[in-house]
Ligand binder design. Structure first.
Ligand code: FES
Ligand SMILES: [Fe+2]
Length: 341
């Protein structure tokens, strides 16, 4: 996007699919973080992600490669590679070579597949916790009722993350009856928490015939790639909105909803409940044309009435960009007093 200050994909966990999409023994090609990758599920059920190119002569493991036990087998000369990218077998040679393919830590978490990206190749520095709504019988599972994916989006994950501290846009973009009010904002390491006082719907509206409903919108972020929106208005729902960079220009967005059942709910959402879910897909999509066509302003002239937290949010999110952390470290060392001896 125009004028976005960071070119290297951020550090953190990012969604690359849903857990049910990959059965044991299955493998698929993917492209994220500017890299060609393969993702496979081993016989024991572990998710593994490697650079797509074989460490021998460079065949693409996603084109004809197969999963065998805990390994992926290259289609070109049959070499095997484990989930850590180590060569474990060469069918026509006595022992494997000490060559590695880059591997990316990957996990199943809340029904989605997350991959750890650190541009310097470092290990994960946090784990994504289980959401309280996940696996609960009083919630409709996201799978198969409420999942959607958008591809080829021309904006970085940062925009969806920043949007969580933008109270005014709810009124203009999402057509809320009024702007939200941020009641709490706190951060701890990679985690950020935002609580909005939130009003939803209008009198005579399809889903809110009785008029505007006041409630809360709770937002949790783990890095800039994982956002949970927890709606407590005319319905209760947890929504996982995860944006993953494909390259410098484009991203994919994965949306999963766990909608709370009511006393009359059946096994699957009825027509009204499906409309609630569809409405949430529609709400998220409303931001897309803005995010895809805007220019990034930094520093941005945010007035105090809209969000004193906006700048704090940007400061917090710098930790996920290597360019920013290097800049900050250089500035800090320049400020240090000269040695006295
Ligand atoms: S290129 Fe993969 S085994 Fe030769
Ligand atoms: Fe939005």
């Amino acid at each position: 996007m125009k004028d976005f200050p960071y070119k290297i994909a951020p550090t953190g966990w990012f969604q690359v699919g849903w857990s049910h999409e990959l059965a044991p023994g299955e493998l698929r090609s993917m492209r994220y973080f500017g890299q060609d990758l393969v993702c496979f599920r081993t016989a024991s059920g572990q998710i593994k992600v490697l650079d797509a190119y074989c460490g021998h002569l460079g065949a693409h493991l996603g084109v004809g490669g197969t999963v065998s036990g805990e390994n992926v087998v290259c289609p070109f000369h049959g070499w095997s590679w484990n989930g850590q990218g180590r060569n474990t077998d060469i069918p026509y040679s006595e022992r494997p070579v000490k060559v590695c393919i880059r591997h990316y830590p990957a996990v199943d978490s809340n029904g989605v597949i997350l991959v750890w990206h650190d541009p310097d190749g470092g290990p994960p520095t946090w784990e994504m916790p289980q959401l309280p709504e996940y696996g609960r019988p009083d919630y409709f599972a996201a799978n198969p009722h409420a999942m959607r994916k958008w591809t080829g989006l021309r904006f970085p994950p940062q925009l969806a993350a920043e949007n969580t501290v933008d109270p005014m846009h709810f009124r203009y973009v999402h057509r809320a009856p009024r702007a939200t009010v941020i009641e709490k904002f706190s951060t701890q390491g990679e985690y950020a928490y935002v609580l909005h006082d939130y009003a939803y719907g209008r009198h005579g509206g399809d889903l809110t015939p009785g008029g505007t409903v006041d409630g809360q919108l709770e937002v949790e972020l783990w890095g800039v790639g994982i956002i949970v929106f927890r709606m407590k208005v005319y319905v209760e729902a947890a929504q996982l909105v995860n944006v993953t960079p494909v390259d410098d220009e484009t991203s994919e967005m994965f949306f999963s909803i766990w909608l709370r059942k009511n006393d009359r709910s059946a096994e699957a959402p009825d027509e009204h409940e499906r409309r609630v879910i569809e409405e949430q897909f529609r709400q998220v999509a409303m931001d897309i044309p803005i995010w895809e066509n805007m220019r990034y302003t930094a520093p941005a002239p945010i007035v105090k009435e809209e969000s004193p937290t906006y700048q704090n949010f940007r400061k917090w999110s710098r930790q996920f960009y290597v360019e920013a952390t290097r800049e900050d470290a250089a500035a800090a060392s320049a400020r240090e007093p000269a040695s006295t001896h």
